[in-house]
Design a protein. Sequence first.
Length: 278
Amino acid sequence: MSSENQEVAVPVEQPSVLSGDPKTETPQATTDWKASLSDEIKSDKSLENIKDIEGLAKSYVHAQKMVGSDKIPVPNKYATEDDWNAVYEKLGRPKTADGYKFDLPQDKQVDEASLKEFSSQAHKLGLLPGQAQGMVKFYNDITAKSLQDADNKALAARETSTKELKQEWGQAFDQKVSQAATLAKSVGATELLDANLADGTKLGDHPVMIKAFAELANKMGEDSIVQASGPTYLTPNQIEKQIGELTQTDSAYWDKNHPNHQAAVQEVLALREKKNQV
């Protein structure tokens, strides 16, 4: 081949950045630090808040510092029951429900069945011994307060009934209450009268119930089972009724010539004196 036909390769000069075509774009480095990761790793939720390599490095350093330290990870919403049980045991929950030991009042009767059921539920909920003891104490305190409030309410109701009936019956109060109680006992109603009403008071302390039994006992007055011991007294209403009967218009009380006039006057005076005493 002749030298005339040979082509000489001439090197092509590349323009500098400043002298080159301004339309030429310089490749840009990617800003997504997760671009090189696999899809499985890239989509992991633990990386959502990490914005760059430095953030990843900080997270790693922090995790390394946690290794071997006494730290308990908080389970997320996907945690299983076993995950939670592991956390509870690390926090100090007894291994079994029987591991709870309670400080109970010595003067109170313990419902062992209820206490065992509570221990089982406390263990299931992951309660620590101190938390379980606190719940038991809280329950005992509110129960004691509830019982005390009920006793106070029953006592107040009894005092109110007593005051009302004493005002109505006067000196006959003890006699009538005794007759009513004797009748209630004789017909087997004692347990019924000890029953609590909706407001916490006892049925047997209600004035309506006491008067009902007293009235029934009065109607059965000839029966020995309702006879009260001691002197017999009249209620103010009974006294007023007898005075009314003795002082009727055509009675001996108003007829001075009637042989029973003086006796009627004396009886009315005695009844009025009794009423004044009441």
